[in-house]
Design a protein. Structure first.
Ligand code: PEP
Ligand code: MG
Length: 293
């Protein structure tokens, strides 16, 4: 439905869904088929495949795991991929096979220190060499990215310069860890607001660091698909947003009525606010300017 909704590509393809709806580990052939179908359907539009992001709240019945006191802070995402390289390797092999002759973008979830990304990148490069050794040409273009979800990696962006090809902020996890508030616990998940000076200053810092490192940066968490939050991100200088399909229409409508320069001025002044949320101020400004929210 990319054409129908007016998207320029897929910023976050959650590969774990195939694993979650399956009663056993999807075979390599099944993985290749899915990725190839997605790439074929997307045509010239780029697709960013996020490698298996399980653990935490996403459990696979057929992968035995130990009970953890704090699953969100536990053995999940790329941590599992690096500790169980056979799992990640199979997936990477499937992606490389499906991406033969195509533009392939792979990103890794919950990278916490730069070394984890470097290890993941090496694993991909090894698999690419294996494919080439078997006479495959490999993807026409291969890019590898880092999801910014753990606050620690946000302070290590300079270490990713020249190593990563792109960055993508997962605001769902980044805010959960930033505010120490479980995203799945209704008692606390709405207690803190991404539209607050501390969170927005953090996002401004990440944008500046990515620019200094020369790394393309996008936002792929839920926040990007909400018009007011998207307006704040644009005001902070973000220019690549990825969202659920239903968010595209409302966000585009907001964008077409927005003077980004004016929004930049207003957000900068609101970043000094001592209130726990600047949501109401931003919404009032948008209303006064005729921004379609
Ligand atoms: C995020 O954390 O913002 C994200 C995009 O990944 P997920 O929601 O799948 O954890
Ligand atoms: Mg996440």
């Amino acid at each position: 439905h990319l054409g129908d909704v007016g998207a320029q590509g897929i910023g976050l393809f959650r590969t774990e869904f195939q694993f979650m709806v399956s009663e056993r580990m999807p075979r390599t052939g099944e993985q290749i088929q899915l990725y190839a179908d997605v790439l074929a359907a997307a045509g010239e539009k780029p697709v960013t495949f996020r490698t298996l992001d399980v653990g935490g709240d996403k459990v696979l019945a057929y992968v035995p795991t130990e009970r953890e006191e704090n699953p969100a802070l536990g053995w999940r995402a790329l941590r599992i991929g690096l500790d169980r390289p056979a799992l990640l390797r199979t997936q990477v092999r499937a992606l490389i096979e499906a991406g033969e002759g195509k533009h392939l973008r792979i990103m890794f979830p919950l990278v916490t220190v730069a070394q984890e990304f470097i290890a993941a990148r090496e694993l991909v490069e090894k698999e690419l060499a294996v494919a080439k050794g078997r006479g495959r040409q490999g993807p026409a273009k291969l890019e590898m990215g880092v999801m910014i979800e753990a606050p620690a990696i946000a302070f290590a962006i300079s270490m990713l310069a020249g190593k990563a090809d792109f960055l993508s902020i997962g605001t769902n996890d980044l805010m959960q860890y930033f505010f120490a508030a479980d995203r799945a616990n209704a008692r606390v998940s709405d207690r803190y607001d991404i539209l607050s000076a501390p969170a927005l200053k953090f996002l401004r810092y990440i944008r500046e660091e990515a620019a200094r490192a020369g790394l393309p940066l996008s936002v792929c968490g839920e926040a990007a698909g909400k018009p007011l939050e998207a307006m704040a991100l644009i005001a902070l200088g973000y220019d690549r947003l990825s969202m659920p399909a239903a968010g595209l229409g409302p966000v585009k409508r907001m964008l077409r009525s927005l003077d980004a320069q004016a929004a930049h001025g207003v957000i900068e002044s609101l970043l000094t606010s001592e209130q726990s949320s600047i949501r109401a101020d931003l919404a009032a400004w948008a209303k006064s300017e005729g921004v379609a929210l």
